[in-house]
Design a protein around this ligand. Sequence first.
Ligand code: NAD
Length: 503
Amino acid sequence: MTTTPSAGITAIDHWISGRRAPGASGRTSPVFDPATGVQTGAVPLATAGEIDEAVKVAVSAAAGWRNSSLSTRSGVLFAFRELLHQRSDDLAEIVTSEHGKVLGDAAGEIARGLENVEFATGVPQLLKGGFSEQASTGVDVYSMRQPLGVVAGITPFNFPVMVPLWMCANAIACGNAFVLKPSEKDPSASLFLAELWKEAGLPDGVFTVVHGDKEAVDALLDHDDIAAVSFVGSTPIAKYIYERGTANGKRVQALGGAKNHALVLPDADIDMAADAIVSAAYGAAGERCMALSVAVAVGGVGDDLVAAVSERLPKLKIAAGNEPGADMGPLITSEHRDKVAAYVAQGAEAGATVVVDGRDQQLPADGFFLGTTLLDDVTPDMTVYRDEIFGPVLSVVRVDTFDQGLDLINANPYANGTAIFTRDGGAARRFQNEVQVGMVGINVPIPVPVAYYSFGGWKDSLFGDTHMYGPEGINFFTRGKVVTQRWPDPATSSVDLGFPRTR
Ligand code: NAD
């Protein structure tokens, strides 16, 4: 959709060379407050030419930044960490105003992003290489990791702060310049981050924000001076980014969509499991890549689980994200809300039991709201099971045995996160060992790894071989180099260095 900025609508800028820069393409995309449905902003969609100009600035900044000392870099990261911490309430409000998630969730994503900045402050330690003295007679070998140059991050709407921080904290700590192409649906948080980086002392041009759609993304993927692309978004786009980026010789990590299952065993603590599943399925209106969207009920646990979840749903307050006590906000756009509602209808038509119907609830009159839906008796052939819905819909699939549940999860093409609920350590251990999913929770519904591990799914949830952030992030944003050195014996020098000629 393209609009022209007008009264009451903020014209959002790019961030190039340490300052705001208006878009020049004449093309924009509308930004809404999802809680009211009102357009609040217009984000410019960059042309390939604008991308090229921004990348030129980043190339020149990268040359200086790569030579900055490790203590300079960690100093900037420490300052950035402090600013982010101090200003997190302001940033949370921006996130809520364009994404719609409740303020507590927005603060939560900032806190999880902040962890990545804290990890990156340890860059002097993280970039230490290895050293082998006397690998051969008189020969020493050592390794180092060097920055790539200019790297790009392309990010989704659902975590407009956390996901950029997954990428840029490590990329910048490692000595690269970072060009962010945030989601055009909630672009303002990225400009706030840019201002904090500047205030923290990051040289101009090391952090750039360019807004845009496919044209801007393609220009980044094709640009000779972009060495690597870090992407998070839906599976079809992740695959496309991976294929086009790697065809152009770039290093690419592309994280895709998800269909995360919870396996609930008959011995599970049902109240604990229901609390966890409700929060993980409906938090942020289900618009989380680690949201639980399928509960696999094993043996006779299905009835108790469905009862416990359905009893909790009416207690969730669905309201504007900045309203006190709100548990769940609106969806990102009216189109997405309608798409999710259509899935509920499809599920009912296909034979699922609609235990709680999100289309029939008392909701705020304006905005892109949809209530919570619980579907029981879902089967793997149904569209509601196969597709990533990315909304407040939980499907319950009933199976007879642990093995049937495990096989179901392993047969799914998505493999981002999963969780098991049980009191049995042996069952949990077998699950963690045999489940073919990248991130596993044991009585933990959203097992997003802490920043000193790395985040990533398997199969259609990740294209590339490197997970995001943590140690794998440091590897992704650096290239290894190994030096093998031999020095002439000073005793053989013709110049008198004050060494004895013999030892
Ligand atoms: P999306 O794939 O539509 O967009 C992601 C980014 O790609 C945006 O910056 C967008 O502008 C760009 N883009 C969109 N269409 C494009 C095209 N045709 N060509 C080039 N670029 C394009 O994803 P979204 O709707 O913003 O985010 C939700 C999706 O992201 C869900 O599928 C969710 O599971 C996934 N996600 C995954 C993770 C993870 O860690 N695996 C984390 C967050 C979100």
